[in-house]
Design a protein around this ligand. Structure first.
Ligand SMILES: [Zn+2]
Length: 341
């Protein structure tokens, strides 16, 4: 291949010059050195050769070379000014612009309620523990005085993960697990997920949070139970909130009760939330059934106790007047953002 003629070299430089208009600062300096550098710039070299050319050739090429030099200098200067302008524009700050609020993370309202409930019970001597969500039929039913053919087991129809193995339908199995592991006095609260084959509708969910409470010792009476629940309700809701105990049946307590608190919406005068009763149920509870104590190897003549189970989802709904439980599962930031403290 023959050496390119001076004319071709000049045109090569002219086409290379097209990139000047878009070069960044570094590339611009590089190009300037490559094309116009005093020692080895491509155009500088050609200009230096001009005096040795024949007069005709010198005239033609000289005119083109000088024209090109001017074009390049103009292009370099223009691009340099542009880059300088861009630099100053990017550091300009408008101090009159309103500030952007920073994102603040927070705990889910149900988690907040769980922590608050456990903290309140800690003040009266309860320890927070957790237990397995996958349980055996024995702990979920039998040890809680619920024979498998008992109608109460039907009401708990649940998700089986294997023969005799299921997702716990309540946190109550931890009553037996705790009593088998620790000698009285025992005072525990057990938050955790429970599962039931319920439809996902405004007031039901197939997976929900529950908090189990258990106190077993010598000489614990129903009065102790009422006092503990009253203390909790007044601390969690308000000092003037009244509590109501209604007799109810749960196989693992005797006597059993459902605990209602004064409706937080109407303060007891009756509204649609409380179905005109003035009260809302927050937990099932009662004195631990002697059969449960005996089943865990405790002397039911010597030890007594109380147990309760409540639903933090439901309690969060009551406290914040949330109409649909599904809002607590949907992770919608517009909803959850309201609970950032
Ligand atoms: Zn009401």
């Amino acid at each position: 291949m023959s050496k390119p003629s001076l004319h071709d070299r000049l045109e090569g430089i002219a086409s290379a010059a097209a990139v000047i208009a878009t070069a960044d600062a570094n590339r611009l300096n590089q190009l300037r050195l490559e094309l116009l550098g005093r020692k080895a710039g491509h155009l500088t070299e050609i200009l230096r050769m001009l005096p040795d050319l024949a007069p005709d050739e010198r005239r033609a090429l000289g005119a083109r070379a000088n024209q090109l030099k001017q074009q390049l200098e103009t292009a370099f200067d223009r691009r340099e000014r542009e880059l300088k302008e861009l630099m100053t524009r990017s550091v300009q700050v408008d101090v009159t612009m309103p500030g952007r609020a920073s994102w603040r993370g927070a705990q889910h309202p149900v988690t907040q309620v769980v922590d608050e409930i456990c903290d309140i019970f800690r003040e009266i001597g309860f320890t927070r523990i957790v237990g397995p969500e996958v349980e055996t039929e024995e702990y979920n039913f039998t040890k809680l005085n619920i024979p498998l053919d008992h109608p109460a087991a039907d009401a708990h129809d649940t998700f089986y993960v294997g023969s005799g193995i299921l997702l716990r339908t309540h946190t109550s199995p931890m009553q037996a697990r705790t009593l088998e592991r620790y000698a009285p006095p025992v005072r525990v609260v057990v938050p955790g997920q429970a599962y039931r084959r319920d439809p996902f509708d405004p007031s039901h969910a197939p997976a929900f949070e529950q908090i189990e409470g258990l106190a077993v010792d010598e000489g614990i009476s129903f009065a102790d139970f009422k006092a503990a629940i009253d203390f909790f309700v007044k601390r969690f809701f308000s000092r003037d909130t009244t509590v109501r105990f209604r007799p109810s049946f749960f196989p693992f307590v005797e006597p059993g009760a459902e605990v209602d608190v004064q409706c937080q919406v109407c303060r007891g005068s009756g509204c649609s939330t409380c179905k005109r009763t003035g009260y809302l149920e927050i937990m099932g509870a009662g004195m631990v059934h002697p059969a449960v104590l005996e089943g865990c190897g405790l002397d039911a003549e010597r030890y007594t106790g109380y147990a309760f189970g409540m639903g933090p989802h439901r309690i969060a709904m009551l406290r914040y007047a949330i109409p649909d439980i599904r809002l607590l599962f949907e992770s919608d930031m517009r909803f959850l953002g309201q609970f950032v403290e």
